[in-house]
Design a protein around this ligand. Sequence first.
Ligand SMILES: *[C@@H]1O[C@H](CO)[C@@H](O)[C@H](O)[C@H]1NC(C)=O
Ligand SMILES: *[C@@H]1O[C@H](CO)[C@@H](O)[C@H](O)[C@H]1NC(C)=O
Ligand SMILES: [Zn+2]
Length: 988
Amino acid sequence: MAESRLLCALALLITAATTARALPVHTPRHTADQCGYQSCPATKPSMLNVHLVPHTHDDVGWLKTVDQYYYGGRDYIQHAGVQYILDSVVAELQKDPARRFIYVETAFFYRWWRQQSAGTRSIVTQLVQEGRLEFVNGGWCMSDEASTHYSSVIDQMTLGLRFLNDTFGACGRPRVAWHIDPFGHAREHASMFAQMGYDGFFFGRLDYQDKGRRMKMKEMEMVWRASGSLKPPAADLFTGVLPNGYNPPPGFCWDQSCSDEPVQDDPELEDYNVDDLVNKFISISKAQAEVYRTDHIIMTMGSDFQYENAAPWYKNMDKLIRYVNARQENGSTINLLYSTPSCYLQELNLAQQTWPLKSDDFFPYADDAHDFWTGYFTSRPALKRYERLSNSLLQTCNQLEVLGGPRSRDGLFGKGDSDTMRRAMAVAQHHDAVSGTEKQHVADDYAKRLAIGWDHCQVLVSNSLAVLSQSDVPRVFCENLNISVCPLTEGSKMFSMSVYNPLARPANWSVHLPVNGSSYRVTDSGGTAVNSQVIPVSKPTQHVRRGRGYAQNELVFQVQAPPLGFSTYSITLLKGAGAPAEPRRSAPVSMQNKYLKVTFDPTTGLLSGLTNLETQQSIHLSQNFYWYNASDGNDESTQTSGAYIFRPNSSTPYTVNTHPDVSTLQNSVVQEVRQQFSPWVSQVVRLYEGSRELELEWTVGPIPVDDGLGKEVITRLDSNISSAEYFYTDSNGREVLQRRKDFRPTWDLKQTEPIAGNYYPMNSRAFIKDKESQLTVVTDRSQGVSSIYNGSLEIMLHRRLLRDDYRGVGEPLSEPGQFGDGLIVRGRLLLTLTPPDTAANAHRPLAQGMVLQPLLSFQEGALKPSTRLEVSYTAAALPPAVHLLTLSQWDQDSVLLRLEHQYESGESRTHSQPVTVNLQKLFSTLTVVGASEMSLGANQWKENMSRLRWNTGESVKPLRAEPGDPSPWEITLSPMEIRTFLLNVQQR
Ligand SMILES: *[C@@H]1O[C@H](CO)[C@@H](O)[C@H](O)[C@H]1NC(C)=O
Ligand SMILES: *[C@@H]1O[C@H](CO)[C@@H](O)[C@H](O)[C@H]1NC(C)=O
Ligand SMILES: [Zn+2]
């Protein structure tokens, strides 16, 4: 060990002299393979070219788990086996070089590839190099767009794209993003795809009214301007709506799971049908061409889990192509060909068209008048939270793997890794995973994968912190602090707690530790006493945890940790104090700290007002819990509320209780108003000393359904803010979009569901505002949100339903929870009240802090004096506008770094400016000796990136002409920009 450190120091001396210029980590390699656009089949000018795209749509878990789908197990649930699909397609592709196939989900391809012989691998490599097998999209899965956070989407894309590049080099790089199944499309996804270097994007589902209008106007294909901050064309993405969702045209499905007639082409035999089929196909093609702009149209020849036996598909398509094209000798102008999305895209690009621009998003999605896919914004709220929390642990795990060096993977506490969690998180991004639209046993499988990821990361984190803190005392992680369960803190008389901060700026949080004593001494890493209080564990918390813990009390105090570092607190039980004061059984008139004053209605105990004491702004603000009765279908439509669909029976929700039981607790650390609305709804309204936001901790469940009524539980905030039916929601946790009740920016909406048709996804925040005030709600997971009344914001928290909604999942969404009597969910909303022009300064850091939680670890007993109690691994905190998005080990001596400007342009007077960071001055223990910039998905060097240009009828300035980087090491970020670097680093 000592020797190697010396070597590093030497290397450092040598490189120090040459660091005037950022050394590229890799020399770009130019490949001249036949893949990519060069491999596209010839088309015929002045004919209608019909691009047949053979494809399969393989869900990374839905009715079966990802592994059951891979092998084809549990056939009684659904017949589907992805291994056979890849086996069969590879065999069929070899029979004819004209045949094409695309593959999408790298999670499956990776499983299959590992099992192939060298011979098969070389055949597949050749197919890829010749463009006959093309990867499309290429992420680990096809992510959900409504409930995912950008950080996890970027990670899952990176994982899949890296495997493809490592395995196939440049020919494995997908040119096209392909989201044929997700239930609505987020603008931030389009922005990310553009920044990942994709040339185009195709999808299948959009609102039926929107689709109708686009067909009429020939606007099925467009340029999506996906950012209000990035300079065009940085976030412009060519976007196409597929004609039949992702299915073949009716009558032309030749999968073994379909029952359409094959091409029967022997005139001697009965049922000869070539003329009929060709006529029908030609008329379908002509009709389709009517709603598109060019001489090229696309047909998706495949569907869910198809091509398990690829032979019938290819055999019949071969014939269809032959017979349709034979008509050309008699003057037909239809030209049929095997193709891929990128070859189709290339033809569109060559077609010299001007394309319409789109700048809003594709939410919400309805496929009929009463069929709004807005329920899944909230479905499975506990899985949604677990997924979000797992992202936080993964980022911490990644960082500590880098900071702790090799001994974090194989160290004092055994072998740990971040890969297990990375894969589990990637699978969880699938559009039937975090979306909540899978069967219960599949949801359990996603959670189990994450839990295994937690185990592996916790070993890594323990190893890393042992190195960094120089303490070999084992660490305990308490995952159930939210329900006051942690055996170590409950029983210990003396322990320490390390707080690791994954943010690159100093941060503070409040912690509640379950304890059984009634007085403790808490000291920080400098030995200074920290103000702490002991309060009794609330009745609802005791009810939720049942027999899982026995703490009487909670020890509450505030902790701080330096940027990208940890701080350690020591906690000692003191003798002789009596039981802590029970909460007063009455409603307070108000509670306040330096920054906020919160008032309550003395007769109901409900929230009644909020004042920002710094700005002297005051609003009326009431809040309560309600539930919509889920529709079982009615005369107008049989549509029910289910895992996907939200359809309330009535626009007026039931109030849970107008007069909750209220108790109050006030001390020098925290003030709480505890509200019990019913046995299954409670809340703590909480104001910490020194905090600028109000916390609403809600607990909902088990939702009772013995009355035969499915329930969709919301909380609604009603204020006197004149929001005029406008409200705002974030897109995948990044840019914010304006929403307006009963309105869509791109078409004249005929509103048919006054509640469900106004719901939008909220991934991290939503707000309403008028000229004076903005009320922002930051949440801890993705949820559905709406504003039905002026000044009001409602958030759907939990759903329990009794019917399936006919979209295939085949189960009512009625989560049993751990005890079988219905899932209980607890979560937090943070409220800020600010002037609109400073709101972002508050909600941007607040939301990042909610996403990247501190990692708490506990050690029993006293620590050795040699233990390092506080360290920061940044050389200095990053500027407030800059967020450290990714710091993860890439290979032995390189790490992947993503820096993000976290403000939109014009959003903040102080922060919406370009900001410069020096890559060599980021870390205190790592020397950066080389840096190469990459695409957002880290599968291409930035300097090699070139995307197809599209004409939108306006002049477009080149990408990032200004402001430019001051020097190779100093990089400038503009509002909302993310820059990705591969860094060569050495431990100091
Ligand atoms: C072309 O037209 C001729 C004369 O009508 C006919 O015999 C032949 O079958 C046609 N070819 C095709 C491919 O339809
Ligand atoms: C892609 O993979 C090749 C090896 O197949 C490697 O040389 C190259 O550096 C990789 N490119 C990127 C951008 O990682
Ligand atoms: Zn799907």
